[in-house]
Design a protein around this ligand. Structure first.
Ligand code: IPE
Ligand code: IPE
Ligand code: MG
Length: 252
């Protein structure tokens, strides 16, 4: 069994789910938002360390105004509704992305819940909102240049300046809705993620399906460039570096 510490989900298919029922797309988002709580609870029961949910991308700004503002409202309502439960279950809540484009009230709610759960030791729940993987990487590089002018950036420097410093690499990415792409989500963290695409649209994604995917992917053999099952990506990279150094030493 390979260890899954961090699951990322692209919650896609709300609009098509509603349209196929002759309903407005926004209704699909409302039904989709209602699914989140059960999925978070299931992830908490799996005992994983982090769950990152893609709720609004930097590219989603090009949707009609009413749809964008309904997504903002749903984020606010989710936080208002789940706030106590998140605190009670010791979930560490974070929003990654540019929250400064959000209405002040929502921003304040986010900052308050982030602060209240800062020291929570349970599941790390990250909402990616107005998030783009490329912006995250550019941001990280710029932060590094600012702190260490004239220096060359390393992989660990880049990682340490990302929005998500303590959730680690993504082990499993699930995308609902039937499309097989990653749409600018967690580009750096997903370098060695197992990918799982399901045709189920997000409003119909059940905890049973989530559990099935989790167990199925836990059985996959992850090699991280090696030839047998290593413990994790980090230990494999350490081994790879040591091996490279010893080979170079022999050549010299
Ligand atoms: C995902 O559902 C939610 C967001 C992108 C905000 P979509 O709205 O993309 O639904 P489809 O893909 O059009 O069905
Ligand atoms: C990705 O879904 C973003 C979210 C789920 C928030 P999209 O529906 O925006 O992705 P594309 O544009 O079809 O790739
Ligand atoms: Mg979509």
């Amino acid at each position: 069994m390979s260890k899954i510490n961090h699951i990322a989900i692209i919650m896609d298919g709300n609009g098509r789910w509603a349209e196929s029922r002759c309903r407005p797309r926004i209704w699909g988002h409302v039904r989709g938002a209602a699914q989140i709580s059960d999925v978070v609870e299931a992830a908490d029961h799996f005992g994983i360390k982090a769950l990152t949910l893609f709720a609004f991308s930097t590219e989603n700004w090009c949707r009609p105004k009413e749809e964008v503002s309904s997504l903002f409202t749903l984020l606010r309502k989710y936080i208002e509704r789940e706030r106590q439960k998140i605190i009670r279950n010791k979930i560490r809540f974070r929003v990654i992305g540019d929250i400064f484009g959000l209405p002040e009230k929502t921003r304040d709610l986010i900052l308050d819940l982030e602060e209240k759960t800062r020291l929570s030791t349970g599941l790390k729940l990250n909402f990616a909102f107005d998030y783009g993987g490329r912006s995250e990487i550019i941001n990280s590089v710029n932060k590094f240049i600012h702190q260490s002018p004239g220096q060359l950036i390393s992989e660990s420097d880049l990682y340490e300046n990302l929005y998500l410093v303590d959730s680690g690499d993504v082990d499993l990415l699930i995308r609902t809705g039937g499309d097989c792409r990653i749409s600018n989500f967690l580009l750096w963290q997903m370098a060695y993620a197992e990918l799982y695409f399901t045709k189920t649209k997000w409003p119909e994604f059940s905890t049973e399906e989530f559990r099935k995917i989790y167990y199925e992917v836990s059985l996959r053999q992850r090699r991280f460039g090696g030839i047998d099952t290593p413990l994790d990506l980090v230990s494999n990279l350490v081994e790879a570096k040591a091996h490279k150094a010893s080979m170079q030493h022999k050549v010299e």
